[in-house]
Design a protein around this ligand. Structure first.
Ligand SMILES: CC(C)=CCC/C(C)=C/CC/C(C)=C/C=C/C(C)=C/C=C/C=C(C)/C=C/C=C(C)/C=C/C=C(C)/C=C/CC(C)(C)O
Ligand SMILES: C[S@@+](CC[C@H](N)C(=O)[O-])C[C@H]1O[C@@H](n2cnc3c(N)ncnc32)[C@H](O)[C@@H]1O
Length: 385
């Protein structure tokens, strides 16, 4: 293929590109790099990075098959021969051999002397709370993305929104069975979010924390365990909070937590807390809902009170390979919210009257990042002068 034909870029237009991009557009330059020591590794690394993007869906589906066929679970019990994996899964041995090799290519399992074993990565996959459940719900997302052109044009009716009915408001979450299903998925996947939030924020000096949209209390239970003197309030929809009582009782925190059912769309937030957290709540909702919620949090806090927002955040001016792809597209499919950057959240916090905003990029941005701010009545008064 000629250089001009590659990527259908006309030579005149190409001249306006930076030199590095012009070289990237040239298959001849690729071939040159592949021959030259010192440049060879660059050609290989860029090719491998592109191939990873190209094969992402196939990798995910191989993982899903390993999970649904319980291959990784079986290996967690001990090494197994191929036939012992194929039989219970109802997969012909020769096809299971291909799936197992794919699992090995992904680093999840390995074969030694005819026996398959779990690798550290395969073991970690099974151990990360909620990860398996997240992977198992991905077919909904993939169906929504089956025609990505129509999806991005806004011509499809994504299914994902129906999977998470609460985002449409209290009415959408009236079914306790459905609420229990999504709350369990959220609570399972809360472990790493709570750990990374606790690592990012200093909770000392906080007397009473209210977690708004706190689900069945997994985040408060983790914070409460780390800070035994803390008083806590959980606020979530009436269909959701009944799941919380048993958790707090089992954790011996029953006496320290007040559970308040309500909707932040329709009800005032309870007062009394000197800090309010919103964990994986904002990205479910449109800007207008978030603006109202932040104003409600401001109204519920005393002077000097703190707000803490923890959720996966987009990279803003430096798009992030995980959050700007997975979470931004996921929340687009949900149709109701969007994945915001720390800077966007800061702007919304300031518009709601908060000051002293601090953005704390997450240790694992695909798990969470944190933004904190303070309600300072003097600052707000100054601003409105
Ligand atoms: C010393 C010797 C001999 C060996 C050492 C070997 C060793 C021990 C190595 C280290 C092993 C180790 C510590 C591994 C740890 C791995 C961890 C912690 C991995 C964590 C991975 C987490 C992932 C992949 C998280 C993914 C999260 C996802 C996909 C979340 C999705 C959330 C969604 C869709 C939320 C939706 C909510 C809504 C609807 C938007 O509101
Ligand atoms: C993505 S989940 C996060 C749950 C929990 N904070 C966590 O990180 O695991 C969003 C939570 O917001 C709650 N929520 C949604 N709309 C709400 C509303 N109008 N009022 C109160 N809570 C609401 C949902 O019920 C759900 O528990």
């Amino acid at each position: 293929m000629s250089d001009a034909a590659a990527g259908s870029v006309t030579p005149g237009r190409r001249a306006r590109q930076p030199l590095a991009v012009r070289l990237g557009l040239s298959p001849r330059f690729h071939a040159f790099c592949a021959r030259v020591p010192g440049l060879k590794h660059m050609a290989r690394a860029e090719g491998a990075a592109l191939f990873d993007i190209v094969q992402g869906f196939v990798q995910s589906q191989a993982l899903l098959a390993l999970v649904e066929l319980r291959v990784l679970h079986r290996l967690a019990e001990g090494p197994a021969a191929l036939a012992a994996l194929a039989g219970p899964a109802g997969v012909p041995v020769e096809r299971m051999a291909i799936l197992c090799k794919a699992g090995a290519g992904l680093g999840l399992m390995a074969e030694r002397r005819g026996m398959w074993r779990l690798t550290v990565r395969g073991a970690a996959f099974l151990a990360v709370p909620g990860l398996e459940a997240m992977v198992r719900h991905h077919p909904v997302l993939y169906r929504d993305l089956a025609d990505p052109v129509a999806f991005f044009r806004g011509e499809t009716q994504p299914e994902l929104a129906g999977f998470w009915p609460y985002v449409f408001g209290a009415g959408g979450a009236a079914d306790p069975e459905l609420a229990a299903r999504y709350s369990a998925l959220m609570a399972d996947s809360q472990g790493l979010v709570a750990a990374d939030t606790l690592a990012a924020v200093d909770f000392r000096g906080i007397r009473h924390l209210m977690d708004v949209g706190g689900g069945t209390g997994a985040f408060l239970a983790a914070v409460g365990a780390a800070h035994p003197g803390l008083e806590m309030t959980l606020f979530d929809l009436p269909a959701v909070v009944p799941g919380a009582e048993a958790r707090f009782t089992a954790a011996g925190m029953g006496g320290r937590v007040r559970i308040v059912p309500g909707s932040f769309r329709d009800d005032a937030l309870p007062v009394g807390a000197d800090a309010i957290s919103l964990v994986r709540v904002l990205y479910d909702h449109a800007d207008s809902t978030v603006a109202g919620l932040l104003r409600a949090v401001w109204a519920a806090l005393p002077d000097g009170g703190r707000i803490l927002i923890s959720e996966p955040m987009a990279g803003g001016t430096r798009p992030d390979p995980a959050t700007d792809v997975y979470f931004s597209i996921y929340t687009l499919a949900m149709q109701t919210g969007r994945t915001r950057s720390g800077a966007e959240i800061q702007r919304m916090l300031e518009e709601a009257g908060f000051s002293d905003c601090q953005i704390r990029p997450g240790f694992r941005p695909f798990v969470t990042s944190v933004v904190t701010a303070v309600k300072s009545v003097n600052d707000s008064a100054q601003k409105s002068v």
